[in-house]
Design a protein around this ligand. Structure first.
Ligand code: NDP
Ligand code: HSE
Length: 436
């Protein structure tokens, strides 16, 4: 059988890893796919930089459009990143009847609805396993493995850079900037690392996961996003003392009022498996009504881990290329005409437990004022802890753990607490999830 001919747009971290994995495991991959998968063309803006990735036999071009329009190419692999140029190229590939494999979560979260509609109309596949959690086959697991279930919720560590930063800060006491520079050197971070730090990359991935878990369109603009930029060593330490780890989680949950879609630092009980996921590793907990909780774990970023997912997609597309389009797995797991209009729940209506840290004057009555404010808003306190004042210190840290409460009520309580004359600085709020 003739080899499947692939054109690669981008020869950076993931593009280079893809060339290497396809080369090294060529025979094994052909035995699985039923035919060889061969990269015949590849593009990079700086061709001199791309040469060391082992591109012998591949026709290199500077302009990715030359690949998209080339009649010999059957699958276009988009590994450029960004939204504008990548969107134009992917739309052009689809329009010319080529299948697409992409690792670009930003593109899918923001333009996925349009891309999948175009692909459906053209009868081509857009595969995107590498877009979420690097090498962890979470798309396949949710879209196919859990297909019998009504999914109740999912929660995941889905940004390797942030998890790496949080782990290194906690374990080695290294400063934020030093760890971020290392994550960039290792090829984990996005071209603009603020996408990682500010939680945007995790929200892109969560948008994709929520779409395939609940059968809803991509709705990135409705996600509530908070990154790790404001986390302090003090909060990480207090959380540890109380038996919790802080992780940047993406959480999506089905509730009677709508689907929760939120990314934020989260206290998780230290005894949960997911709380012990360290470094660049990712993990996603998915709770289905039939199977119960399931956990998927693995390397969430880096050249070959991500290439593992890209190549898995290439094999899938190769196997399914001759199948009737109606018999393929739908892009968003549910048939395109059966997507649900269930709304995304506004953040103010979301219920979570919370960690609140206040900097308070060490005077009689301060805690009574704070607890009254909480009680007036129906906020039930689970635990309260005051750090002993240091010598000559007038202000002390007070940490409160609340039971599950509506975000709206916690916001109102925080405003009232901050207006007390005895409270010295803004209240720190970190949401807490038991993940049961
Ligand atoms: P890199 O920056 O390492 O590589 C990008 C490649 O695309 C380079 O070859 C670059 O060329 C080329 N390129 C960039 N912009 C353009 C453009 N406008 N026109 C033509 N070529 C362009 O990125 P990564 O490999 O890290 O990431 C690629 C994609 O994979 C992104 O969508 C990313 O989010 C995603 N991803 C990355 C992971 C990782 O661990 N790195 C993991 C999972 C997904 P040149 O170098 O010459 O500028
Ligand atoms: N920047 C991303 C991360 C790459 O750190 O998780 C993998 O998508």
């Amino acid at each position: 059988m003739k080899p499947m001919r692939v054109g690669l747009l981008g020869l950076g971290t993931v593009g280079g890893g893809t060339v290497e994995v396809l080369r090294r495991n060529r025979e094994e991959i052909a035995r699985r796919a039923g035919r060889e998968i061969v990269v015949v063309m590849a593009s990079a803006r700086d061709l001199a930089k791309a040469r060391p990735v082992g591109v012998e036999g591949i026709s290199l071009v500077a302009d990715p459009a030359a690949i998209v329009s080339h009649p010999d190419i059957e699958i276009v692999v988009e590994l450029i990143g960004g939204e504008t140029r990548a969107r134009e190229l992917v739309m052009a590939a689809i329009a010319s009847g080529k299948h697409v494999v992409t690792a670009n979560k930003a593109l899918l979260a923001k333009h996925g609805n349009e891309l999948f509609a175009a692909a459906h109309a053209q009868g081509v596949m857009v595969a995107f396993e590498a877009a979420v959690a690097g090498g962890v086959p979470i798309i396949k697991a949710i879209r196919e493995g859990l297909t019998a279930n009504r999914i109740e919720w999912l929660a995941g560590i889905i940004n390797g850079t942030c998890n790496y930063i949080l782990s290194e800060m906690r374990d080695k006491g290294l400063p934020f900037d030093v760890v971020l520079a290392e994550a960039q050197r290792l090829g984990y971070a996005e071209a603009d690392p603020s996408f990682d730090i500010d939680g945007i990359d995790a929200a892109h991935k969560l948008t994709i996961l929520s779409a395939i878990a609940f059968g809803i369109p991509m709705q990135f603009d409705r996600a509530c996003i908070e990154g790790i930029g404001k986390l302090t060593a003090a909060d990480i330490k207090y959380a540890e003392g109380l038996g919790y780890r802080i992780k940047l989680l993406g959480i999506s949950r089905r509730t009677p009022g709508g689907i929760e879609l939120r990314v934020h630092p989260t206290l998780v009980p230290a005894r949960r498996l997911i709380a012990n996921v360290e470094g660049v590793m990712n993990a996603i907990l998915v709770k289905g009504d039939a199977v119960g909780p399931t956990l998927y774990y693995g390397r969430g970023a880096g050249a070959e881990a991500t290439a593992s997912a890209v190549v898995a997609d290439l094999v899938d597309v190769t196997r399914m290329a001759t199948a009737d389009p109606e018999h393929r797995v739908p892009h968003l797991a549910f048939q395109p005409d059966r997507l649900s209009a269930i709304p995304i729940l506004p953040m103010e209506e979301v219920e979570t437990a919370c960690y609140l840290r206040l900097r308070a004057l060490d005077r009689p009555g301060v805690l009574a004022d704070v607890t009254r404010i909480c009680a007036d808003r129906g906020i039930s306190i689970d635990a309260i802890f005051q750090k002993e004042a240091g010598e000559g210190e007038e202000q002390v840290d007070v940490v409160i753990l609340t039971h599950r409460t509506r975000e709206k009520d916690v916001n109102a309580a925080i405003r009232a607490i901050e207006s007390l004359a005895t409270i010295a600085s803004p209240v720190i709020r970190i949401r807490l999830e038991e993940l049961l």
